[in-house]
Design a binder for this molecule. Structure first.
Ligand code: PAF
Length: 284
C-alpha cells in the first residue's frame, strides 16, 4: 500500500484506525517520527528505526512557528514537500501528516508545555522560548496520534532528554527511541540547516566533528576547563568566528560536571558559521 497523506486531525485519526485495523491487526503498533520537513538522510534513519520497532510508521511534517525566535529562520526554513513525501515513502513510511498552522494552533489556542529546568540551559538559554515550542508541538503530535513509539535523533540531545522528561512527567504512554547522530562523509552532523552553508562555510563546518572527537579522545587526561578551552581555541583557529557555547555536562541529566567526577560526560557545542547556527555533541 502506498503512503497516505493526511492534513487534518480527522484524516489522521481515520488513517491510523484504518492502518491499525486494516491490513494489519488491531494490536498493530504505531511509531511517530516528527519532522519539520526538508527530509535528509538522518530523517531516513529515524524512519528505519521506527519501522524496526513498530508495524505502522507515521511521519509528520510541520515547521512549527512556536519554536522559532523572532530573528530566527522560520520564514526561510527549507521546504520541499513533494521530495519529502517521496523520500519518506521510499523508506516505508505508511502515513504522512502535514497539518497547517491553523490545524495545530486554531484560533483561541492558549497553551504551552514547559520542562523548565532542562530547558533553561545550553540551547534553551540561548533560544529562550524554543523548547516550550518543541514541547507543545511534540505533546500535541503524541496525543493526536496515540503513537506507541516516537523516534528522535541524538544530534538534538537536549531536545531528546526534554522530550523523555515530558513524556515521563505527563504519563504519556509512548516510548522514546533515540538514534545516534547521523553524519556526512566529513563527519558533519546532518541537519536541514546545512543547506544554508556555501562551500566555504562547509569547509569550516567540517572541522567541528574533528575538533570535538579530538577533545573526546583526550578528555581523560585533561580537566574540564582545559577541554573546553581546547575546543574553543580550535574552533577559532578553524575559522569559526562566533561560538555560542561550549559546555560539558552529565549525559543522563545535563547537570554540571566537576573535575572530581568526570564520568558520564558529554560535550555540547553551538556555533555560528555566517548566520547559520550549528549544534553538535559527543560522549566524552
Ligand atoms: O527536531 C525537530 O525537527 C523539531 O524540533 C521537532 C521535534 C520536529 C518539533 O518540531
Amino acid at each position: 500500500m502506498s503512503v497516505e497523506i493526511v492534513r487534518d486531525l480527522r484524516g489522521l485519526h481515520t488513517s491510523i484506525a484504518r492502518h491499525r485495523n486494516g491490513p494489519l491487526n488491531t494490536a498493530a503498533s504505531l511509531a511517530i517520527v516528527p519532522t519539520m520537513g526538508a527530509i535528509h538522510k538522518a530523517h531516513e534513519k529515524l524512519i528505519i528505526e521506527a519501522k524496526r520497532n513498530a508495524d505502522i510508521v507515521l511521519a509528520t511534517i510541520f515547521v512549527n512557528p512556536m519554536q522559532f525566535g523572532e530573528n530566527e529562520d522560520f520564514n526561510k526554513y527549507p521546504k520541499s514537500e513533494e521530495e519529502d513525501i517521496k523520500r519518506l515513502e521510499s523508506k516505508g513510511c505508511n502515513i504522512i501528516y502535514i497539518p497547517n498552522v491553523e490545524t495545530i494552533y486554531p484560533d483561541g489556542f492558549d497553551l504551552s508545555i514547559n520542562v523548565p529546568k532542562l530547558s533553561s540551559i545550553l540551547c534553551g538559554k540561548k533560544r529562550p522560548a524554543h523548547f516550550e515550542g518543541v514541547c507543545t508541538i511534540v505533546t500535541k503530535l503524541l496525543l493526536q496520534s496515540g503513537a506507541d513509539y516516537a523516534v528522535f535523533g541524538e544530534k538534538d540531545y537536549q531536545q531528546l532528554l526534554i522530550i523523555k522528561r515530558l513524556v515521563k512527567n505527563l504519563d504519556i504512554p509512548c516510548q522514546i527511541l533515540p538514534i545516534e547522530t547521523v553524519r556526512d562523509e566529513n563527519g558533519l552532523a546532518i541537519s536541514s540547516r546545512n543547506q544554508y552553508l556555501n562551500t566555504e562555510n562547509r569547509n569550516i563546518a567540517n572541522n567541528i566533528n574533528k575538533i570535538i572527537k579530538n577533545a573526546a579522545n583526550n578528555y581523560k587526561n585533561k580537566d574540564i576547563e582545559s577541554t573546553i578551552n581546547f575546543v574553543k581555541n580550535n574552533f577559532l583557529d578553524s575559522g569559526i568566528k562566533k561560538i555560542d557555547y561550549v559546555e560539558i555536562r552529565k549525559g543522563e541529566n545535563l547537570d554540571v560536571i566537576s573535575n572530581n567526577d568526570k564520568s558520564n560526560a558529554r560535550l555540547f557545542i553551538a556555533v555560528y558559521i555566517n548566520d547559520t547556527r550549528l549544534i553538535d555533541n559527543i560522549k566524552l
